[in-house]
Write a protein that binds this ligand. Structure first.
Ligand SMILES: [Zn+2]
Length: 185
């Protein structure tokens, strides 16, 4: 009896550790996939699109920005406004391609990084590397992490930690702050 109990315990431990290994491997695999999405984002860039680099800073005066952007884009990008939920056509955008900054064309996300969050704003679980700066804001009293384009400083949205695994990130982006460049056409 004792021996059987011991063997059962041994079997359970083995099962437990093999399960743990499987889960670990799956998680590592998925993080690898995320890294691959970040590394290979250019595969989704249209052949004729000339993407600027994050380091090519674009600094314009308020007047120049007003000329370059429409009023809705200006409100979000330059005044940290928030568009009304459910208003962006990009919520439904599912074609392969790249989402670039509406202010300066810097590529920010690919279609492979997008997911349906149900919030009414285009949402992403990761980003193209090194394209955003962040700061804490207190506009809704509770601190939130604001993020903005590293090239032009334009406000895009807020990042939350209730996204899907494995990153658990939800980059909640105003649609008017983005332009979608389909891979084809
Ligand atoms: Zn920008």
């Amino acid at each position: 009896m004792e021996r059987r109990g011991f063997l059962q315990a041994l079997a359970l431990t083995a099962l437990g550790s093999s399960l743990a290994r499987t889960v670990q491997a799956a998680a590592a695999g998925t993080m690898k996939n995320i890294e691959a999405l970040q590394k290979n984002w250019r595969a989704l860039l249209a052949a004729n699109f000339r993407a600027p680099a994050p380091g090519e800073a674009l600094k314009l005066s308020k007047d120049e920005w007003r000329k370059r952007l429409d009023p809705a884009q200006y409100k979000v990008l330059r005044e940290e406004g928030t568009e009304r939920a459910g208003t962006s056509p990009l919520n439904a955008e599912k074609r392969p391609g790249v989402f670039v900054c509406a202010g300066c064309d810097l590529p920010l996300f690919t279609s492979d990084m997008k997911y349906e969050s149900g919030t009414g704003w285009p949402s992403f679980f990761t980003t193209i590397p090194s394209v955003f700066g962040t700061k804490k804001d207190f506009l809704l009293i509770l601190p939130r992490t604001e993020y903005h384009c590293i090239r032009c400083g334009g406000h895009h949205g807020h990042v939350f930690d209730d996204g899907p695994p494995p990153t658990r990130q939800r980059w909640c982006n105003n649609g008017v702050a983005l332009k979608f460049i389909p891979k084809q056409g």
